[in-house]
Design a binder for this molecule. Structure first.
Ligand SMILES: CC(C)(COP(=O)(O)OP(=O)(O)OC[C@H]1O[C@@H](n2cnc3c(N)ncnc32)[C@H](O)[C@@H]1OP(=O)(O)O)[C@@H](O)C(=O)NCCC(=O)NCCS
Length: 182
């Protein structure tokens, strides 16, 4: 398989079952598939930022970015929360996850979003320019290790004011139930 075989595109209604299967198999449990379903129904869902990776017409990966906020003393700013992302185990370590992140960053920037926050493996996300969120004084209310909370500016200076992350409700509940295990 070469990288040119991977197509990354917006999800459609026909992809929903396949996306569930990707999440069930990558995470070996149903919590993330349930999370995606809840976020898709929520007001924080952004259709253009639920992306699938396709190889030979088969869905092999998925990434979701939803609306979140940073609460600052003077008000709030809109940001994106990246969660979850998954690649089927049989196709991992082939660059599909990276292709999904890069496509999501490009699409989010083109839509005018200012910044993205993520809870995940720092080694993975650093490749795309994510840095520790604490660098900007950003606080995360979730029970997760501080170094796993990362952020990236899509517009320079967007995170200069720091702030406390306010996640979509479904995501907060997910992290409280799983304690950020994934
Ligand atoms: C994490 C995940 C999305 C990566 O997808 P992928 O298609 O394998 O990613 P890529 O091939 O672009 O990059 C692989 C690199 O990511 C990094 N990486 C992947 N999983 C990692 C992990 N659990 N811990 C640390 N780094 C990891 C490694 O640097 C890896 O490099 P390698 O292939 O040389 O070992 C995929 O492995 C997955 O679905 N895992 C289970 C679900 C999950 O943990 N999702 C992320 C949290 S929401």
């Amino acid at each position: 398989m070469s990288m040119t075989d991977i197509i990354v595109r917006q999800e459609t209604a026909d992809d929903i079952r396949a996306i569930d299967v990707v999440n069930l198999s990558a995470f070996q449990g149903e919590a993330e598939a349930v999370l995606v379903t809840a976020l898709r129904k929520s007001e924080d869902f952004i259709p253009e930022l639920s992306l699938v990776a396709e190889i030979d017409h088969r869905i092999v990966g998925h990434i979701l970015l939803s609306r979140a906020h940073l609460d600052q003393p003077a008000g709030q700013i809109d940001v994106l929360a990246l969660a979850p992302m998954a690649v089927v185990p049989s196709q991992s370590h082939r660059g599909i996850g990276s292709a999904l992140v890069r496509a999501a960053l490009t699409k989010a920037a083109s839509l005018g979003w200012r910044a993205i926050v993520v809870v995940g493996h720092p080694e993975f996300y650093a490749k795309f320019g994510f840095e520790k969120a604490s660098r900007w004084g950003i606080q995360c209310p979730l029970p997760v290790p501080e170094e796993s909370v990362q952020a990236i500016e899509l517009i320079k200076g967007a995170l200069a004011g720091g702030g406390a992350i306010r996640y979509p409700l479904a995501l907060t509940e997910f992290f409280q139930q799983t304690k950020g295990a994934s």
